[in-house]
Design a protein around this ligand. Structure first.
Ligand code: ZN
Length: 138
C-alpha cells in the first residue's frame, strides 16, 4: 500500500481527526444531492484501510433520514469538519467503500485535481464540465 507513492493527509480544523490517502487521488467528485449540496465536500474514493483510512475521534451521521441508509458521514465532534463517508455494508469480499473530503487536504497538494460533477439530485449521472479543485474552493 502506497509504496513509492504519494500519501495525502486531510486534517480537520482542530487536528482531532484526519484521513490518509495513498497514491493518486484521481479526479474528485462534486455532488449536488440533498446531503452533498449542504456539505460542499469534494470526494476522493477508495476502500477503507486500503488506499484510504480514517483516524481520530469522529461522530457519525448514519442517514436516519433514509428508510434504508447505505452510508454514514463522519465529522469531527469538536470543530465540525466533515472528513469522509463510508458504506454501512461491505462488498462480497469484505471491502468497505469510503470517500474522503479532499477539502481537508493541503491546498497545494490538491489544487490541480480535476473535478467530476455528479448529478446526485436528479439524473445520477456525471455532467460534463471542466473544473479543477482550485476553481471550486470559492
Ligand atoms: Zn476537529
Amino acid at each position: 500500500m502506497g509504496e513509492g507513492g504519494e500519501r495525502l493527509i486531510g486534517t480537520c480544523h482542530c487536528g482531532g481527526a484526519h484521513w490518509t490517502l495513498s497514491g493518486d487521488p484521481g479526479p474528485v467528485t462534486a455532488c449536488n444531492c440533498t446531503l452533498c449540496r449542504r456539505y460542499v465536500a469534494l470526494w476522493a474514493y477508495d476502500f477503507e484501510n486500503e488506499r484510504v483510512a480514517l483516524n481520530g475521534t469522529t461522530t457519525a451521521f448514519p442517514r436516519h433520514d433514509r428508510k434504508k441508509p447505505v452510508l454514514e458521514t463522519h465529522f469531527c465532534p469538536t470543530c465540525g469538519c466533515l472528513l469522509c463517508w463510508r458504506d454501512l455494508t461491505t462488498t462480497a469480499d469484505g471491502r468497505r467503500r469510503m470517500a474522503v473530503n479532499i477539502r481537508l487536504a493541503p491546498p497545494e497538494a490538491v489544487a490541480h485535481l480535476p473535478v467530476h460533477h455528479f448529478d446526485g439530485l436528479a439524473s445520477f449521472k456525471t455532467v460534463p464540465r471542466n473544473a479543477c479543485v482550485e476553481e471550486m474552493w470559492f
